[in-house]
Design a protein around this ligand. Structure first.
Ligand code: FES
Length: 340
């Protein structure tokens, strides 16, 4: 598997690694509508370029998948139109695809531009085509460009570019969605007297009304999910029969299976404790000192209020591998300099 940078836009994008994208997203953050500010960052955690490159450079990708304990769908080429249904901007995906493909065909779309400016150029075109505020198109424009970078123009064009959520949910406004995320469960007339039997709603797909469960106050999110006995394993083979919609294995922060993104209410989950903090960089999902980051292990994060989460389509254990490879490459470069 090799990546081909055939167009000037792809060549330009390929000069940017995950770190450059993270810096660009931080710079763009005020320009992204609140409804997609966290969702855009979460999407970039779900689809790191470094993981794709590791597979492209592997002599035997199947052996690497086994070594990294990969499960689910981690290649973007298999989910060009569906990886971002949790962004509000997914509603603008047909226009984003057209604008990104047009930029890829142009010879001068990136001349003198920074990555952030290229994202905003695409967002501006999409916003004008749909008559919406540019802030609603900025996050999904970044997603569109990263998708092109990872899959190449031919694969990017291959799928129809449809909106994959139903019409009723597609009609929801950003304000509706933000209101929904901000709402906490009432605990009844004497709710203030309740302690351990308070219950919180955890939504895990904002585009379907039945994709939610209740967690007891201070219950681990994954344990709350396990009370939902519907056959979710029929939709995601990573799920265990009768264990709910979030895939789990160890329940002790050892396997990395249960990671989720907190779209809304990250601060209503208990803070990251020592074991989760230690393991997250080893899994490769996130490395941060934040107490309430957007990426969590749902077997560790406990609910203190209603939250909205998103379940990534895959899990693995790749952070340690990438670090080791990075150190190996740095050593080789050092030896080459020393012997020259
Ligand atoms: S289930 Fe293994 S880390 Fe959460």
């Amino acid at each position: 598997m090799t990546s081909k940078a055939e167009t000037p836009l792809e060549i330009f994008l390929n000069r940017h690694d995950d770190e450059a994208w993270r810096e660009t997203l931080a710079e763009l953050s005020p320009a992204i509508h609140e409804v997609d500010r966290a969702a855009t960052r979460i999407w970039f955690y779900f689809f790191p370029l470094a993981l794709l490159r590791a597979f492209e450079q592997a002599e035997d990708p199947h052996a690497l998948a086994r070594e990294l304990l990969m499960q689910g769908k981690w290649f973007l080429k298999d989910q060009v139109d569906s990886s971002h249904t949790f962004l509000y901007g997914h509603r603008l995906w047909p226009e984003v695809k057209r604008a990104v493909a047009r930029a890829a065909e142009a010879t001068d779309a990136t001349a003198g531009r920074t990555l952030g400016e290229v994202v905003r150029d695409v967002a501006r075109e999409v916003a004008a085509a749909r008559g919406v505020d540019e802030s609603l198109a900025t996050g999904i424009a970044a997603v569109g460009l990263m998708t092109l970078q990872q899959v190449g123009l031919a694969e990017f064009r291959r799928t129809p570019g449809e909106v994959l959520i139903d019409r009723r949910h597609a009609r929801r406004t950003p304000e509706d969605i933000l209101r929904g995320r901000a709402r906490d469960d009432g605990q009844g007339l004497f709710g203030f007297l309740r302690t351990a039997d308070k219950r919180w709603t955890v939504v895990w797909d904002e585009n379907a009304d039945d994709r939610r469960f209740r967690a007891l106050d201070l219950q681990e999110v994954a344990s709350g999910a396990a009370t939902d006995k519907r056959p979710w394993h029929e939709q995601d083979p990573r799920c265990t029969t009768g264990e709910g919609p979030i895939p789990v294995q160890c329940r002790s922060a050892s396997c990395g299976t249960c990671w989720v993104g907190a779209l809304g209410g990250a601060e209503k989950l208990t803070g990251v404790e020592r074991r989760e903090r230690k393991m997250m960089p080893l899994f490769g999902y996130i490395e941060t000192d934040e107490t309430h980051p957007l990426i969590r292990l749902s077997c560790q994060a406990r609910a203190r209020g209603a939250v909205s989460v998103v379940i990534p389509p895959w899990n693995g254990y790749f952070g340690k591998y990438l670090k080791r490879r990075g150190e190996g490459a740095a050593e080789e470069a050092g030896e080459a300099v020393a012997s020259s």
